[in-house]
Design a protein around this ligand. Structure first.
Ligand SMILES: *[C@@H]1O[C@H](CO)[C@@H](O)[C@H](O)[C@H]1NC(C)=O
Ligand SMILES: *[C@@H]1O[C@H](CO)[C@@H](O)[C@H](O)[C@H]1NC(C)=O
Ligand SMILES: *[C@@H]1O[C@H](CO)[C@@H](O)[C@H](O)[C@H]1NC(C)=O
Ligand SMILES: *[C@@H]1O[C@H](CO)[C@@H](O)[C@H](O)[C@H]1NC(C)=O
Ligand SMILES: *[C@@H]1O[C@H](CO)[C@@H](O)[C@H](O)[C@H]1NC(C)=O
Ligand SMILES: CC(=O)N[C@H]1CO[C@H](CO)[C@@H](O)[C@@H]1O
Length: 938
């Protein structure tokens, strides 16, 4: 569909410039999708070619470039007819018709000249198109470039965003197209062609893909690499081509295969396969059956190269080394696989007289060793023969010492004889043909011991036999008379006789002084064995050993002892005495007598004389010297006695000092001493309590003391007390101290105080008497009131023993006048009450209303006697009779208008009664009852 927009003119008044009128042709080709742009054509006002060229470039793409017939027909159809026609974008450049903007020669077949054109008129270098001409329409004509014609402009419909980068935008008449580069599709060629999606992960390898445009699309490349132990089948690189197909099918990675293994039946193979049997990673373990040994490695692995890691092992049969028959034996071997192979067995037998050491059968084991190697046949052994005592044994040993076929011969030494057969032989049963004989010594005659002696023999070959040597010895105290030694010779006789033994002699002995000697002599007097005993007389003792003996050496064992007087214990003088002894046999010895005596002041306690007896003890003990005793002393009462006793308590030499307790003094001499006669130098003194000054009872009080040690003495305690109504001025207690002074001064008794009384108001007279002290117990006060007042309460008070006044204080009350009741008009009242309502001192002023005059006083005073000074006035009407006035007064005064005459009568009656008692003019029932009002009592 085509539009032709009407040309319109705009006048810009500001610039006063005429803007080009141009016709715009738009070909909307979108129709349906819309928005796709197309070439559009426009034309300018008339201007030179060069100006039109610039103008079109400035406002549009450029001067129209006529490409083909289709475009020519289109433009001719579109643009209106004008007499001067239109410039197009072709010009002669260096004699060649050129598309100026493209700087491209217009090919001949593209040139569309009008008849007779182009002419070669100089200057006609620019080309116009005959739009809508009657003939030669839409054909070209060359013209002078400076002529003015409308320039025919076009606008490109290709803009940068029209197509994607993977396309060329190609203008067409009234439209454009996106020409896709290979491998791209879509309206704007924006999509890369898609290839089938590949799985990038697979076993044994990995794929490395790059996708420049979109995943698995045009120009995506995938490179395939195989893991170690795998090999590639196919191409290692594939690419998605512009048709949307992969350049080759997907390659695969196949695991490397090792050659299959066949193992002999004598062994076993166990394989673990990572992927496939006998492929890369497979591992085979080999073992051989028992009796076979594996030669080579027991484990093979299939390597990445497809080769086994080691050569194939083999199983070979186990062989034991060949056995040889040992000497003196015969051996036979047999086995299934050969004489010396695994499982074969050999049996061994020994010749007579020989025995097998070890097992008679040996086997070839799986490890290739004989079960019992090195069997031996050994000659049988006979028991070993010991060498012959006192003889010799000579043997011949063909198969080892003391073995089968050994022969031995025995011979004896000098002095010995053979007892048995000399020859013996070791038999095939391992025993000797005869026992080996003994060599025995030749015998001498037996010998006897000598008397008092002994015989010691050494018998190398039996008692009293060849070689025996005997030595004779005498007992102690005896001596040998002959040859001591004799010997048994090889001839069987002794070479000497046995000798005799005789006793030895000691020197002769005498008895000791004061003693005697008795001897026993078994082998003659004073010879070896004689024993002598010494004894002493009474009172003496042996100094040494009593017994002595003649020893084997011929001397006495000890000397004959002495007899010495017995010793008594040494005596000392008793303390405070001395001792005098006589000693016939040495000091303090048997026979000594001692006499004790005592110092002055001491007496002998026991026997004075003592004697040393034959027993070596004193007949009596040494007596003591005791100090003379004085009578025991006691501490004085309230005192203390302190004694020093050099010779025992209260004894000769004791001195005692008396002291008294605190608060007591000593009456007499403090010191006394026990003298030698056993009496005290002075008596013990007394302790007497110290005296304090005597105390007297205070006035109005008492003092009461307890006196443990006498009146007003140390320890006395006194308590003061007062009569009723009196008080102690200080503490009641005092005590007599050890310093003989009172702990405190005695207290005084003071009358108990009552509260001070002040004179109350309106008291006329207060008269007090104080017998002890001001306002205290016993004080007495009388009260009187001033004139005009009366005393309420007791007129006298007394301060009692408890410190209280006997009564409450009385008061002075003003004297009361009769109260005046409220008045009624015309009479009125104005009162002042300085001391109380209608009391002494009250004053009332009276007045009457106008038209009335006062009958009586105009002021009333309450007097000190409680009486109004005058009677109540009345008001009378001026000029009215009294009766009328009275009537009027009462009529007004009463609250109601009830029988005024009765009232008048009553008032009159009352007034009459009042007058009988006093001067009061008013009565009040209340006041009458109160007889406390003294004003009405008088
Ligand atoms: C046009 O092209 C010609 C050769 O093809 C060249 O010599 C000339 O300089 C160009 N002119 C312009 C303006 O590019
Ligand atoms: C214009 O061009 C677009 C892109 O090449 C194409 O898709 C369309 O059909 C065209 N329109 C016409 C009316 O030829
Ligand atoms: C596609 O890949 C080929 C070969 O590598 C290359 O020449 C070409 O330019 C690529 N195309 C694009 C659009 O990149
Ligand atoms: C000891 O006693 C003897 C004899 O009786 C006498 O002669 C002698 O004087 C006394 N000695 C003293 C120290 O008494
Ligand atoms: C003194 O004290 C004693 C004992 O406490 C008492 O028996 C006695 O009545 C008292 N005498 C007086 C006068 O208080
Ligand atoms: C003028 C008059 O009425 N006077 C009286 C005043 O009061 C006294 C006593 O109450 C009378 O006696 C008078 O007559």
């Amino acid at each position: 569909m085509m539009f032709l927009e009407s040309a319109h003119i705009r006048i810009n008044l500001h610039h006063g410039m005429l803007i080009v009128a141009l016709t715009v042709f738009v070909k909307d080709l979108g129709g349906i999708g819309g928005g796709v742009q197309a070439w559009t054509y426009h034309y300018s006002p008339r201007m030179k070619w060069e100006d039109g060229h610039i103008w079109c470039k400035k406002h549009f793409t450029g001067l129209v470039v006529i490409h083909n017939e289709e475009e020519t027909a289109f433009v001719n159809d579109l643009v209106p007819f004008t007499r001067r026609y239109y410039w197009i974008g072709i010009k002669k450049v260096e004699k060649v018709w050129t598309w100026v903007d493209a700087n491209k020669t217009v090919p001949l077949e593209a040139q569309n000249w009008a008849t007779g054109e182009p002419d070669n008129i100089t200057g006609q270098d620019c080309v116009e198109i005959y739009i809508k001409r009657d003939n030669d329409t839409a054909k070209w004509n060359n013209e002078m470039c400076h002529h003015r014609k409308a320039a025919l402009c076009y606008r490109d419909s290709c803009i940068p965003d029209s197509c994607s980068v993977h396309a060329d935008c190609v203008e067409t008449v009234g439209n454009y197209t996106c020409q896709c580069h290979p491998g791209f599709i879509g309206p704007r060629c924006q999509e890369a062609k898609q290839c089938p999606v590949l799985n990038e992960t697979f076993r044994g390898g990995r794929m490395n893909c790059s996708h420049p445009f979109a995943p698995h699309s045009y120009n995506s490349t995938c490179e395939v690499g195989c893991n170690e132990g795998y090999e590639l089948h196919g191409y290692d690189l594939i690419r998605c081509d512009h048709t949307g197909q992969w350049t080759a099918s997907l390659p695969t990675c196949e695991v490397k295969q090792c050659s299959p293994i066949f193992f002999p039946i004598t062994g076993n193979m166990t394989c673990v396969d990572a992927v496939k049997p006998f492929s890369f990673g497979s591992q085979c373990d080999f073992t051989c059956q028992e009796g076979y040994r594996l030669v080579g490695n027991d484990t093979l692995t299939c390597l990445a190269s497809g080769n086994w890691s080691e050569p194939l092992p083999t199983c070979t049969m186990v062989q034991c080394n060949s056995l040889k028959s040992p000497p003196h034996a015969s051996m036979q071997c047999h086995g299934l696989l050969g004489e010396h192979s695994y499982g074969s067995m050999c049996a061994l037998q020994c010749e007579e007289g020989f025995e097998l050491i070890g097992n008679n059968i040996t086997k070839c084991s799986a490890s290739g060793h004989w079960s019992h190697p090195h069997p031996v046949c050994r000659a049988k052994k006979c028991p070993a023969l010991n060498f012959l005592p006192h003889g010799s044994l000579v043997c011949t040993d063909p198969h080892g010492s003391f073995s089968f076929e050994t022969k031995c011969v025995s011979t004896c030494d000098k002095g010995f004889f053979l007892n048995g057969t000399a020859n013996t032989e070791c038999t095939s049963s391992g025993s000797w043909s005869t026992d080996v004989p003994q060599c025995l010594a030749k015998k001498c005659p037996a010998l006897k011991f000598p008397p008092h002696g002994s015989l010691v023999c050494t018998d190398p070959h039996g008692s009293f036999s060849f070689g025996s040597e005997c030595v004779s010895a005498c007992d102690k105290g005896f001596f040998l008379n002959g040859t001591a030694n004799t010997e048994c010779t090889s001839m069987g006789i002794w070479n000497a006789d046995v000798p005799e033994c005789l006793a030895k002699k000691c020197p002769a002995l005498n008895s000791p002084p004061h003693g005697s000697l008795v001897c026993a002599d078994p082998h003659g007097s004073f010879r070896f064995g004689s024993t002598c005993v010494s004894t002493c007389d009474k009172g003496f003792f042996l100094n040494g050993t009593a017994n002595t003996e003649c020893t084997s050496l011929g001397s006495w064992s000890t000397d004959v002892p002495q007899c010495l007087a017995k010793k008594c214990p040494a005596l000392n003088s008793p303390p405070h005495g001395f001792i005098n002894c006589t000693d016939p046999h040495g000091s303090f010895s048997f026979g000594s007598t001692c006499v004790s005596t005592c110092d002055k002041g001491f007496f002998l306690n026991g026997t004075a004389n003592t004697e040393c007896t034959f027993l070596g003890s004193w007949s009596t003990d040494v007596p003591q010297c005791l100090a003379q005793k004085c009578p025991a002393l006691n501490s004085p009462p309230h005192g203390f006695i302190n004694c020093t006793d050099p010779h025992g308590s209260f004894s000769f030499g004791s001195t005692c000092v008396s002291t008294c307790d605190k608060g007591f003094f000593l009456n007499g001499t403090a010191n006394t001493e026990c003298i030698s006669s056993g009496s005290w130098s002075t008596d013990v003194p007394q302790c007497i309590a110290k005296k304090c000054p005597a105390l007297n009872s205070p006035p109005h009080g008492f003092i009461n003391c307890t006196d443990p040690h006498g009146a007003f003495s140390f320890g006395s305690k006194c308590v003061s007390s007062c009569e009723s109504g009196f008080l102690l001025n200080a503490s009641a207690d005092t005590e007599c101290t050890a310093q003989a002074t009172w702990s405190r001064e005695a207290a005084h008794c003071l009358a108990r105080p009552c509260p001070l009384l002040a004179k109350p108001p309106h008291y006329g007279n207060m008269n007090c008497s104080h017998p002890y002290s001001l306002s205290s117990f016993g004080s007495h006060c009388n009260f009187e009131c001033e004139e005009g007042f009366w005393l309420k309460g007791r007129s006298s008070v007394l301060c009692n023993a408890t410190g209280h006044w006997s009564e409450n204080l009385p008061t002075c009350q003003p004297v009361q006048c009769k109260a005046i009741p409220a008045l009624s008009l015309p009479l009125s009242m104005n009162c002042s009450h300085p001391l109380g309502n209608f009391s002494f001192g009250s004053q009332c002023l009276f007045s009457c209303e106008e038209g009335f005059s006062l009958n009586g006083t105009d002021v009333l005073f309450c007097s000190s006697s409680g009486i109004w000074n005058n009677s109540l006035p009345t008001c009378k009407a001026e000029g009215l009779p009294v009766g009328t006035a009275m009537l009027l007064y009462t009529g007004v005064g009463a609250a109601s208008a009830v029988v005024p005459l009765v009232l008048i009568g009553l008032a009159m009656l009352v007034m009459t009664r009042c007058r009988k008692r006093g001067n009061s003019i008013l009565t009040d029932e209340h006041a009458w009852d109160e007889n406390v009002n003294p004003a009405f009592e008088s």
